[in-house]
Design a protein around this ligand. Structure first.
Ligand code: RIB
Ligand code: CA
Length: 309
């Protein structure tokens, strides 16, 4: 039976590739896509999510708008990485499929209450997930697993010296999610910075000869400049597709069950994921923290699936 998932997302070119990978994979049943404010404001993330569904020919997948700002702080966005629309690079038509009337948080709560075995896949700030848990604490024991992109250990931060963007935007939400007692898998920068769209991999996207291959090549060709300039990377890091790839092929990844806590007080280190990687505290493990990926295996999976979408 396919794994039932809800993708919670702030597209974002890398989110968009993750959504395409999920829709291209029969092992997964995407019950819905919930948009959250993050890379760009909510109106744009909700627009972008529908554009990706239309690109994939999947207007059957319902898209919901969620929270338009973090729980208790102003929204911080990342147009400097993803462009003004959040999906800069190729020009895609404005979406025609409707946005669902229901709020994303209500969709998450109602779906988890009604359906066994739902996995939540947050690809942006955790505001929608934390709000759902606040509104319906009963869903915590019903959620199969939360598989999220966020945080860092060795790689530390990409938006501040100590914090990764998704966690930094809403540290309070992240703290509440990590304390909720739900099984969690974390795909941090330590992994996603190894999933780089090098030139041969970019060429492989283009070589598909399909609109999706061309679009993915143009998305990654656009948002690579931030990481190339900052880190000297050999290409765009495909952060969010690592979440979907872990669901499909966990054997491509390795990690440890460790305790992860979120810094929510210090302005200097706000949003830092403090992962007890070496077990130096007596804090109980609460997450499978992924540390490594077979990058060639990841790109082989991604390219093969996108080519057949
Ligand atoms: O730090 C990378 C994360 O922040 C990715 O999910 C990217 O899409 C942005 O949301
Ligand atoms: Ca994202």
């Amino acid at each position: 039976m396919p794994q039932k998932i809800i993708i919670d997302t702030d597209p974002g070119q890398d989110d968009a590739v993750a959504i395409l990978l999920a829709l291209a994979s029969p092992e997964l049943e995407v019950l819905g896509i919930t948009a959250v404010a993050g890379n760009v404001p909510l109106e744009l993330t909700a627009r972008n999510a529908r554009m990706v569904c239309e690109l994939a020919g999947r207007t059957d997948v319902p898209v919901f708008a969620g929270c338009d700002r973090p729980l208790d702080r102003a929204l911080v966005t990342a147009e400097h990485v993803h462009g003004q629309t959040g999906l800069d690079g190729p020009t895609l038509p404005e979406p025609e499929m409707p946005l669902q009337d229901k709020h994303a948080v209500d969709f998450i709560v109602e779906t988890v209450r009604a359906t066994d075995g739902v996995t939540l896949c947050p690809l942006g700030p955790l505001t929608n997930i934390a709000t759902a848990l606040r509104r319906a604490p009963d869903i915590a024991e019903r959620i199969e697993r939360i598989v999220l992109m966020g945080g860092a250990y060795f790689e530390v931060g990409n938006i501040t010296p100590t914090a990764e963007f998704n966690i930094y935007v809403d540290p309070q939400a992240a703290d509440e999610v990590f304390r909720a007692g739900v099984p969690i898998t974390v795909l941090p920068l330590d992994v996603t910075h190894k999933a780089l769209v090098t030139q041969p991999r970019l060429d492989a996207f283009r070589a598909m000869g399909t609109p999706i291959g061309q679009t993915v090549a143009e998305w990654t060709g656009f948002f690579e400049r931030f990481d190339k300039e900052k880190y000297g990377s050999q290409g765009a890091p495909l952060h969010d597709p690592c979440v979907i790839a872990w669901l499909l092929r966990p054997d491509l990844f390795s990690g440890r069950e460790v305790n992860v806590e979120i810094e929510t007080a210090s302005e200097l280190c706000l949003g830092m994921t403090v992962a007890d990687w070496w077990g130096v505290t007596d804090r109980a493990p609460n997450a499978l923290f992924i540390g490594d990926v077979d990058a060639d295996g990841f790109f082989g999976l991604l390219t093969d699936r996108l080519a057949h979408l």
